[in-house]
Design a protein around this ligand. Sequence first.
Ligand SMILES: [Zn+2]
Length: 360
Amino acid sequence: MGKLLAEDTRRHHRSLILQHLFAEGPASRADLARATGLTRVTVSDLVSGLIADGLLGELGTPAEAKVGKPPTYVGLLADAAHIVALDLSPADRMTGAVVDLFGQVKARAEVKLDGAVGEEAVSLATGLAEQLRDATGQPVLGIGVGTPGVVDGRGVIIDAHNLRWAGVDLTGIIRRRLGLPVYVANDANTAVLAEYTFGGTTAADLMLLRIGIGVGAGLVVGGALVHGHAWAAGEIGHVVVDSGGVRCACGKAGCLETILSAPHLRESLRHGGRSLASVGTVLGGVLAPVVAALNLHEVVLAGPPDLLDGELRQALDRCVRDRVMATSSADLVVRMSPLGDDVVLVGAAVLVLSGELGVS
Ligand SMILES: [Zn+2]
């Protein structure tokens, strides 16, 4: 028991150091001791261990240090280990990437679905992960997967309609096949983690709305991902906005998704249906209570910029501001994600960084 506790403490202290270097960049051992509250001796010991493991490197001395004995900086090495990331959310394929510890994509691969569902789709995902693991010469820290559908805390996919998955333990299946740590989460949840960790934001209260073949959202509140009691937080795409509207895949009629998904937006632009501005206003009506209730700092849109980053975003921004108290809207930012099509892949890498190194 005592030994286990000591091991836990050491692991925790290691992640404090990694967390600081991840967030702030290279630092001296003295800086690390100040920032983490650990003793110099403990820090030196842990840093030596992390260097021996290949995660940290000695980076020389800072240019400005001229007086006295200059400190040596240590920093996280981007290529010390790689992460295999999968995005299972596109309609017609699964995409994957090898990602370094700073969230940069180093290699890509993809596999066409060709109508595969159920076990066949599981095999495609597993094969893609294997292919990417073999594509990097670096040690693989783990495998992160962003999937459509509702995913529980153990990474079991409770329900992913399009892939006909119900109760699929994708985490266990890939872990057994590849013998590496595996983390599986909903695609919009991984996307908001990407935005929070690598999107260049300082906001700790944000919602990311992902608009593609479906509509989903991920929420970070107080710096923590929100799961909800049935793991379905952020499933805002199936809120009914037009009770006389078209039938949705979920069984209801007139869900937000039936007017806001990328295929529906393109369809109505082609056939003179709803304008992008009017859709933005409908979306604003759905999001305003969420912004007000959670006092969100940012609402981030991820999806095709030609559809989202114009009239739709402006109308959404205006509508939310019109409907919430001035205090709620004063510092509100409604913007596009800078991560583009890679937002889920990068978020899947964050799952691994957070699970294995304690950084995010
Ligand atoms: Zn629906």
